[in-house]
Design a protein around this ligand. Structure first.
Ligand code: SF4
Length: 348
């Protein structure tokens, strides 16, 4: 199989250029073709010599994958389905799995919700992705393809690593994607346009906070450790108390923002006692809480809290000094909303 160029840095591309007999500066040219002009084949890199392109194409390919299906919601949200080749462990046979990327339009913004893994090993009980288990990590080219191969590629304004998978469980690849998105030689986005969402993989979270300037979103869902553990097995390994303690060591008073995602379930986490504990946990932080309505999934007995209860919860947080919003649900009719991504291959 050919090696993919998408996802490589200019230095790595320079080494490849020299290896195939192209001049060293062809590495920079290749980076421009890949990340600014977003070509899909080596043959389109027309400022490289024809012979150089031919030698390059013997061993390499651009490696951008194309979506095999797209569904459009009545609210304009679009869900793309991508086939990815994954192996559970290095050295084992690869299989094709399907992952989803969701484009969410909102006035002048177009945000892409990106997947970082096929399935997920974190096993959150309320999440359709977690239900399917883990199939493998996405490669850098697979993640970048979600940005470059969709119809709205040229108009995207923001990205959230909030799709299928836990991005910090595939941190090496996700970091590389973020570097390419924000590098001047890459897509040249400001880090303010990117948010990574995590359930709190503590060691990698520390790296993320140290190595990136992008925003952070944390799936919190319950301030009581013993209750959180019922729905989120990760709590056993890395407690939310430790996660919040770590985040408090970093500066979120400037341009960088931290938000906490809180899906509100009827009776499980929607009481004044929970709002009170949440306020105590977040005390002293410059942050926002996003309250999310739960979308029912099969064989899971909990329902969403009512609109009235969510509003009361929001008011209690606001009164306690924490900015809280009830997030509008998007793309529910095409199963693109939070927790519903399952990578179902329904192409006929
Ligand atoms: Fe994985 Fe996120 Fe789903 Fe939890 S909520 S199982 S971390 S994809």
């Amino acid at each position: 199989m050919k090696e993919r160029l998408l996802g490589k840095t200019p230095e790595e591309l320079k080494a490849i250029a020299l290896e195939v007999g192209l001049p060293g500066f062809a590495g920079k040219q290749m980076a421009q073709w890949l990340y600014q002009k977003r070509v899909r084949s080596i043959d389109e890199m027309t400022n490289l010599s024809k012979q150089g392109r031919e030698v390059l194409a013997q061993r390499y390919e651009v490696g951008m994958i194309q979506p095999v299906d797209v569904q459009t919601s009545k609210d304009g949200t679009r869900k793309y389905l991508f086939p990815v080749r994954c192996a559970l462990k290095a050295g084992t046979a690869e299989e094709v799995f399907y992952v989803e990327a969701v484009m969410i339009p909102d006035h002048e913004r177009k945000t892409l919700c990106v997947s970082s893994q096929a399935g997920c090993k974190m096993g959150c009980k309320f999440c359709m992705t977690g239900r399917q288990g883990f199939h493998g990590n996405l490669d850098t080219a697979d993640i970048l393809s979600q940005f470059f191969a969709i119809e709205e590629a040229a108009d995207l304004t923001n990205a959230v690593f909030m799709g299928m998978g836990e991005p910090l469980d595939n941190w090496d690849k996700v970091k590389r994607v973020i570097d390419i998105l924000t590098a001047p030689w890459g897509v040249a986005w400001s880090p303010k346009r990117v948010t990574l969402s995590t359930i709190g993989v503590l060691p990698k979270l520390k790296q993320y906070l140290q190595e990136s300037k992008c925003h952070l979103a944390v799936s919190l869902h319950n301030p009581f450790p013993e209750e959180r553990e019922e729905f989120m097995p990760v709590q056993k390994a890395w407690s939310i108390t430790e996660v919040v303690r770590l985040i408090k060591q970093f500066d979120f008073t400037g341009q960088r923002r931290v938000s906490f995602e809180y899906t509100v379930f009827d009776t499980w986490n929607d009481t004044p006692r929970h709002a009170d504990a949440l306020l105590k946990l977040l005390r002293g932080m410059e942050c926002r809480v996003n309250l999310i309505r739960f979308h029912s999934i099969p064989d899971f007995p909990y329902k969403s809290a009512s609109a009235q209860t969510m509003e009361a919860f929001r008011e209690q947080l606001e009164k306690g000094g924490v900015t809280a919003t009830i997030r509008a649900s998007r793309g529910e009719d095409i199963f693109a909303a939070c927790g519903l991504l399952a990578g179902k291959h329904n192409v006929t």
